[in-house]
Design a protein around this ligand. Structure first.
Ligand SMILES: Nc1ncnc2c1ncn2[C@@H]1O[C@H](COP(=O)(O)OP(=O)(O)OP(=O)(O)O)[C@@H](O)[C@H]1O
Length: 277
């Protein structure tokens, strides 16, 4: 992947070229069934640049999870290509971590929090003392008390389990984080705390994040850009920039009149497509 051509700002000065990090090109996926095939997604193309936070929204059942699974190399696409840092994705790639909505898919219930978070480093055969140290640092980063290390996932609240899942996703320092509705199963108050935690680690570690959500408010609050998908078989309806100032703040950002305008526009696009389907 070559850097995009260097854009000119309105004032005429030259901005640095953006480096493509994740490129999705003409992705399609059909599932075989008795009648032939269910077309889940078709012709989905978009690019994430280094350090961007991009959300995907779309009508229920439009193929968001299918898309993310293909991007993560967990599901072979029927057509199209995914490139991570310039290399084609043909299976689960290094440099990419996934956080699911369902913590039981991210965390092993029979392993302690410390073992769960340290697992990616163990598979790299790193020394035990180093793993212990890195796990402790990462737990602190996601706002968990060190005493949590010896506990098991099922002994923690949903919000704490998602913090553990985020710690585990970050510990191997992936270039890209894919998140499939990670906060959909927690209560509203926990959710806002997790959103702010995610924004903090995204900024601190300069990650590139692709975030799938049903929640338009959440997408607008978090993202630099929103990719709106059509109903299944989904394609990209449009991509909307979210030029709200950062750092974001649950009160100030949501009181900004531009927040309401962008939110209404995304809602209109999703509803329009649902009515047309
Ligand atoms: N394993 C499968 N076999 C057959 N069809 C499938 C399979 N997985 C998904 N589908 C179909 O593909 C389409 C997209 O499903 P997918 O779960 O990717 O959408 P989604 O947008 O993530 O859904 P939701 O809004 O419920 O989270 C749906 O029509 C679904 O029924």
């Amino acid at each position: 992947m070559k850097p995009d051509s260097t854009p000119q700002s309105r004032a005429g000065e030259t901005k640095p070229a953006k480096t493509p990090m994740l490129a999705v090109d003409g992705l399609a996926k059909s599932y075989p069934n008795k009648k032939g095939a269910v077309r889940a997604i078709e012709q989905v193309s978009f690019t994430l640049h280094e350090g961007e936070f991009v959300s995907i929204v779309g009508p229920s059942g439009c193929g968001k999870t299918t898309l993310l699974s293909c991007i993560a190399g967990l599901l072979p696409p029927t057509a199209g290509e995914v490139e991570l840092g310039g290399s084609p994705v043909t299976g689960p790639p290094e440099g990419l971590s996934v956080v699911f909505q369902d913590y039981s898919r991210s965390l092993f219930p029979w392993l302690s929090v410390e073992s769960n978070v340290g697992l990616p480093l163990k598979s790299e055969r790193r020394p035990k003392a180093e793993i212990k140290r890195d796990v402790a640092t990462m737990l602190k980063q996601v706002g968990l008390d060190p005493s949590v290390a010896s506990r098991y996932p099922w002994q923690l609240s949903g919000g704490m389990q998602q913090r553990v899942a985020i710690a585990r996703a970050l510990i191997s320092h992936p270039k890209v984080l894919l998140m499939d509705e990670p906060f959909a199963s927690v209560d509203a108050q926990t959710r806002t705390g997790l959103e702010d935690l995610l924004l903090r680690v995204w900024e601190e570690y300069n990650k590139t994040i692709l975030f799938v959500t049903h929640d338009i408010d959440e997408a607008v609050y978090l993202s630099d850009r929103i990719v709106v998908l059509s109903s299944s078989p989904s394609s990209v309806v449009t991509e909307l920039e979210v030029p709200l100032p950062r750092p974001r703040d649950q009160f100030k950002t949501k009181e900004n009149p531009d927040y309401s305008k962008i939110r209404a526009e995304v809602f209109r696009l999703v509803m329009k497509d649902m009515q047309a389907a």
